[in-house]
Design a protein around this ligand. Structure first.
Ligand SMILES: CSC[C@H]1O[C@H](OP(=O)(O)O)[C@H](O)[C@@H]1O
Ligand code: ADE
Length: 294
C-alpha cells in the first residue's frame, strides 16, 4: 500500500495551517493550469501534510474562479492519498449553530459554470459518486473532534451553489425543506475531482451562519461569516493536528473504493484515446493509464 500523505485544502478564514513543521513551499506545475497558491508541504508528527488555501492567500479567488482541477492535480502530484477539505458554510438546522462542525457525507451539486472533470473528449470516464466521502477518513476526523471537544455531526448533506451571491430566501427555504443540512460554494467540483484522481476525500463544514431562512437570526453577510470563521479556524487547526498526529503511516484501503475509482471507469478504447489528453492525465490517472509491464 502507498505511504499516506494528508492533504488539507483550507477555505474562507483558513489560509495557513498552524502546527505544520519543516515547511517547504512547492510550486508544482500542472497541465491543468494555475493552482490557487503554492503548496506548503511539511509534517505534523510523523505524517507528511500538504496544505493549499483554496481562495489563495489574501482570498484572491472567488468560488467560480478557483481552478479546482489544478488544485487536485497538484495534490496528486505531491503524493496526497487522503484529502480533508475545510469549508465555511451556512446551516439549515437550528441545532447546527455557528461554531458547530458537520462531517459531510453527501453533496448536492448546484454549480453550473465550473470545469468538473479531468476526463472528456478523447478519454471518457465515469467514476462512481454514490458515496463521495471516505468513511475511514471521516471517522478519523470524528475521533479527533471528540478528543478536541468540538461539537459535530457525523453526517450531513451539503448543497454547493455557484455563488458568489448568497441564496435568496426562496432558495434557502427550498434547500431547508429538501432536508439539506449545510450550504457552501466550493465543495463541488472539488469532491468529484478528488474521486477521479483516486484521492480519498472528506469535508469538514464549519457552520458560520443560518443562511437567510431563520426568523431569529440575521441574514448571512460577509461580516458575520468572517467573525465566526476566525474562531472556527483556531478549532480546525487543533482538529487537523490531531488527525495528522494519529494518522497511519500507510494509506488505509478505502471501503467505498475512492482509491480505486478508475478501475473500469474509462470507456474510451485505447486506440481512440487522445494522446494530448492522456499526457495531462499522467498524474490523476497514471495508475490505470500506464502501459502494463511486459
Ligand atoms: C465568505 S462567505 C462565502 C464563501 O465562504 C465559503 O468558502 P469556503 O468553502 O472556501 O470555506 C463558501 O463556500 C464561499 O466561498
Ligand atoms: N450561507 C452561506 N451560503 C453559501 N456559502 C456560505 N459560506 C458560509 N456561509 C454560506
Amino acid at each position: 500500500m502507498a505511504k499516506a500523505v494528508l492533504g488539507i485544502i483550507g477555505g474562507s478564514g483558513v489560509y495557513d495551517l498552524p502546527g505544520l513543521e519543516d515547511i517547504r513551499e512547492m510550486r508544482i506545475d500542472s497541465p491543468w493550469g494555475e493552482p490557487s497558491d503554492v503548496l506548503r508541504v511539511g509534517r505534523i508528527g510523523r505524517t507528511e501534510v500538504a496544505f493549499l488555501p483554496r481562495h489563495g492567500r489574501g482570498h484572491r479567488l472567488s468560488p467560480s474562479d478557483i481552478n479546482y482541477r489544478a488544485n487536485i492535480d497538484v495534490m496528486k502530484r505531491a503524493g496526497v492519498t487522503d484529502l480533508i477539505s475545510v469549508s465555511a458554510c451556512g446551516s439549515f438546522k437550528d441545532e447546527y449553530y455557528p461554531g458547530f462542525f458537520v462531517l459531510v457525507d453527501q453533496y448536492v451539486d448546484r454549480t453550473h459554470r465550473r470545469e468538473s472533470s479531468f476526463f472528456g473528449r478523447g478519454c471518457v470516464a465515469h467514476v462512481p459518486m454514490a458515496h463521495p466521502v471516505g468513511p475511514l477518513l471521516r471517522q478519523r476526523i470524528a475521533d479527533a473532534a471528540v478528543a478536541e471537544k468540538i461539537p459535530f455531526s457525523l453526517n450531513g448533506t451539503l448543497v454547493c451553489i455557484e455563488g458568489p451571491q448568497f441564496s435568496t430566501y426562496a432558495e434557502s427555504i427550498t434547500y431547508k425543506n429538501l432536508g439539506y443540512d449545510v450550504i457552501g460554494m466550493t465543495a463541488m467540483p472539488e469532491a468529484k475531482l478528488a474521486r477521479e484522481a483516486e484521492i480519498t476525500y472528506a469535508t469538514v463544514a464549519m457552520v458560520t451562519d443560518y443562511d437567510c431562512w431563520h426568523e431569529e437570526h440575521d441574514d448571512v453577510d460577509v461580516a458575520s461569516v468572517v467573525a465566526v470563521a476566525h474562531q472556527n479556524a483556531r478549532k480546525v487547526a487543533g482538529l487537523i493536528a490531531r488527525v495528522a498526529r494519529d494518522f497511519p503511516a500507510e494509506h488505509e484501503p478505502c471501503p467505498v473504493g475512492s482509491d480505486r475509482a478508475l478501475d473500469g471507469a474509462i470507456m474510451t478504447a485505447p486506440s481512440a484515446r487522445d494522446p494530448e489528453l492522456l499526457k495531462k492525465l499522467d498524474a490523476v490517472a497514471g495508475r490505470v493509464l500506464k502501459a502494463p509491464a511486459t
